[in-house]
Design a protein around this ligand. Structure first.
Ligand code: ADP
Length: 163
C-alpha cells in the first residue's frame, strides 16, 4: 500500500524487557513503518524498575531498530495511540491463558476507539513461557537468566537484587 504509513504502539509494563518482548518488537518493526513502545505508568502495580530504568533498558536493547522509539504513558492505551497518530496496537500472545484477558482488552479498546485496531503476534515457541514476573523470580534467587533477558537487563537485575 504505497503512500500509507503504518504507525503502531506496543504498550506494556516492560518491568523489565525480556527476549519475549524483543522478539515481538523485532518482528513488528519489520512490518510497520514506525513502532512506539509505550511504557505504562501503572499506579496499581509497584514496579521493580523505575520508569527511567525501564526506558533505558528498552533503549539499550532496541538501538538496532531505526523505526522504533520509546515513550512513557499514563491512562488509556487508546488515548496514547490517538495522541501519537497510531492506528494499530500490538500485543503478544503467549498461550491460551493470555487469550481471554487480551480479548477483553481488545474488545474494550475497539468499542472506545473503533478506528484503532489491535494486532496480535503469537510468541515464538521458545519464549512462550517467558514473562517479566518469571524473570524477576528467577533473578531474585540468584539463578541464571541469561537465556531470558539480554546482558544489560541481567546486570540490572543483579544490581537490584544485590547478587
Ligand atoms: P502488561 O503489564 O501489559 O502485561 P508486559 O510488559 O508484561 O505488560 O507485556 C506487554 C506485552 O508483551 C503483552 O502483550 C504481553 O502479552 C507481551 N509479552 C510479554 N511477554 C511475552 C513473551 N514472552 N512473548 C511474547 N509476548 C510477550
Amino acid at each position: 500500500m504505497e503512500g500509507i504509513m503504518v504507525k503502531a504502539i506496543y504498550p506494556g509494563s516492560f518491568d523489565p524487557v525480556t527476549y519475549g518482548h524483543l522478539d515481538i518488537i523485532e518482528r513488528t518493526s519489520k512490518v510497520v513503518d514506525e513502532l512506539i513502545i509505550g511504557v505504562l505508568v501503572n499506579n496499581n502495580k509497584k514496579p521493580l524498575f523505575t520508569m527511567e530504568e525501564r526506558i533505558r533498558l528498552l533503549g539499550d536493547t532496541t538501538r538496532e531498530y531505526p523505526n522504533v522509539r520509546i515513550q512513557s504513558f499514563e491512562g488509556l492505551t487508546v488515548d496514547f495511540a490517538r495522541k501519537n497518530g497510531a492506528k494499530v496496537i500490538i500485543r503478544g500472545l503467549r498461550a491460551v491463558t493470555d487469550f481471554e484477558s487480551e480479548m477483553q482488552i481488545a474488545q474494550t479498546n475497539h468499542s472506545i476507539e473503533p478506528e484503532i485496531e489491535t494486532m496480535f503476534f503469537t510468541t515464538s515457541l521458545q519464549y512462550s513461557f517467558l514473562s517479566s514476573t518469571i524473570v524477576k523470580e528467577v533473578a531474585f534467587y540468584g539463578s541464571d537468566v541469561s537465556k531470558l533477558v539480554p546482558p544489560v537487563v541481567e546486570d540490572a537485575l543483579k544490581k537490584k537484587y544485590g547478587h
